[in-house]
Design a protein around this ligand. Structure first.
Ligand SMILES: Nc1nc2c(c(=O)[nH]1)N[C@H]1C(S)=C(S)[C@@H](COP(=O)(O)O)O[C@H]1N2
Ligand SMILES: [Mo]
Length: 503
């Protein structure tokens, strides 16, 4: 008994050192993962274990534990880690180097399981690295404090106190780190949590029948352009849209109030002013929203308010001509995109959308405010950076197939792409081979003047190198501008052309 007590009095602090080193390392690893916005190494380890578990064992676990199976798995991981950590501490008593090597081996396992998760990128290696550094530092500090408390060190009582105080400080830091990790990851997920609770109603004014699949850009493929370093997390329950400025009566709307109104559903193509000739920054979606003109009418916008300023939860500002949102086009506060609540990256819970205008003067994501203003009184974010004050989308077209510099077999080749001139509509698309005659392409069904049109052109390709060019004519009869211009300050112009090799 006495011998056991003596052993225990030496072993317990040693095990504690190992335990605290690993716990502090894990806490900081989880906290850094939460801050970066990725899954932490502990959950990654759990997922890797689930993936590696043979199906019969998984089925047995689900049968025996039901929905508690994941909790039980994580608890088992925690117990195993705790035991390993204590073992590391016992080793550290005699062989500090070996204990440190074990900590780094844990971190390496953490990095390996994190980096091999399907959604992982290189950032996944950082939390385990931070964890290893933390663990090493804690192990060193506690071991030194402990060494002082051993015979030959400082007088017993003071040294023991120092060891206890250091341990308590590390334990407190670990708990704070763990709690911080929880808080940060919960705050990061606030938008997704809120979005999952939204049920979109049917539109009072539905769009026409859905066009072919390729006509719509799926939400996950929809281009994203914004200045937000991390996606704003807006809770739809707390969100408000304020309408104020040069109005008769200020208004404020909750998300539920907007959802309860008669909604319109429209197919609209959104284009970024930064899109180069042939570029990818545009997409078409089926949007669901509240007509913007109704909200402005309810507030009673003053006659001389020629600019509607929109502000977002992340502080971005936009200026849209009042005319463009009250001339009868389907300008809206969009709440839905392709049958879903807006994805977080595309502005959940609400964004503005004005057919025919580039995004930077109209498409405010995470919108919180509409202010009736005057062009003379306020310059929004991009106008202060010398982009144009008014920016209708320019008529443009793009060749998507074949790809530039592709090798194609001789014979009948289907050339295809899109053309757009939102709110004017696309009247015609023409294709030219090797600088010859412009010949008409066939236009696919287009939902409205506010969307792009898909086009095809059957080409009898002969061997050799060939150039293909495309141009569109808009609903007013104006032909797409041939002059090459960069996007700054009001959108690129020029005809898209590609070279292909026919063999
Ligand atoms: N809050 C906010 N909204 C924004 C932006 C932004 O930077 N911040 N960028 C705008 C620009 S330039 C464009 S082209 C569109 C792009 O919308 P998307 O990312 O949903 O495709 O969003 C607009 N809305
Ligand atoms: Mo843009």
């Amino acid at each position: 008994m006495k011998r056991f007590t003596r052993w225990f009095r030496r072993a317990f602090p040693a095990a504690m050192i190992g335990f605290l080193s690993v716990a502090a390392g894990i806490a900081l690893a989880e906290l850094s993962a939460a801050i970066i916005g990725i899954t932490g190494p502990v959950l990654n380890l759990g997922s890797a274990i689930i993936d590696a578990t043979p199906t019969p064992v998984k089925e047995w676990a689900v049968r025996s534990f039901g929905t508690a199976d994941k909790t039980i798995l994580l608890a088992s991981v925690a117990v195993a880690l705790g035991a390993l950590a204590a073992a590391v501490g016992l080793v550290s008593h005699r062989h500090r180097g070996l204990a440190v090597a074990a900590l780094w081996a844990f971190a390496a396992v953490g990095a390996a399981v994190s980096l091999t998760r399907p959604a992982a990128d290189a950032w996944a290696a950082l939390p385990p690295l931070i964890g290893a550094l933390t663990g090493t530092a804690v192990l060193g500090a506690l071991s030194r404090a402990r060494a002082a408390a051993r015979p030959g060190g400082e007088p017993g009582r003071a040294a023991r106190r120092r060891f206890l105080i250091t341990s308590a400080a590390v334990a407190a830091g670990t708990l704070a780190g763990g709690a911080g990790a929880r808080l940060v990851s919960r705050a990061r997920a606030a938008g997704e949590t809120s979005r999952a609770q939204v049920r979109l109603p049917a539109p009072a004014s539905p769009a026409g029948p859905r066009l072919a699949e390729g006509f719509y850009t799926p939400n996950r493929d929809f281009y994203r352009v914004d200045t937000a370093l991390s996606v704003p997390q807006v809770d739809a329950g707390a969100w408000r849209l304020r309408v104020h400025g040069l109005v008769g009566a200020e208004r404020e709307y909750t998300f539920a109030e907007l959802l309860a109104r008669p909604l319109i559903e429209r197919d609209v193509t959104l284009v970024c002013v930064s899109n180069e000739v042939g570029g990818p920054y545009l997409g078409t979606a089926r949007w669901l929203g509240v007509p913007l003109a109704e909200l402005l009418a309810e507030a009673g916008v003053a006659l001389d308010a020629d600019q509607i300023v929109a502000r977002s939860a992340d502080g971005m500002t936009f200026g849209t001509p009042t005319r463009a949102v009250t001339d009868g086009r389907d300008a809206m506060i969009a709440l839905g995109m392709n049958g879903e609540p807006l994805p977080l990256e595309h502005g959940f819970p609400a964004r503005m959308l004005v057919p025919g205008l580039y995004g930077y003067v109209s498409a405010c994501k995470w919108i919180t405010e509409l202010e009736a203003s005057r062009f003379g009184d306020f310059d929004p974010y991009w106008v202060r950076r010398d982009w144009a004050r008014e920016a209708p989308v320019k008529t443009s077209s793009r060749i998507d197939a074949p790809r530039a510099l592709a090798a194609v077999p001789a014979g009948r080749v289907r050339v295809a792409g899109v053309a757009w001139a939102p709110h004017r509509g696309v009247r015609a698309v023409e294709v030219r081979v090797d600088g010859g005659e412009w010949r008409p392409a066939a236009l696919g069904a287009s939902a409205s003047a506010d969307t792009w049109a898909q086009w095809t052109f059957d080409w009898d390709a002969t061997p050799g190198r060939h150039d293909l060019a495309v141009r569109a004519t808009d609903g007013s009869g104006a032909v797409q501008d041939e002059r090459r211009a960069a996007p700054f300050p009001d959108g690129a112009t020029g005809w898209h052309s590609i070279a292909v090799r026919v063999s």
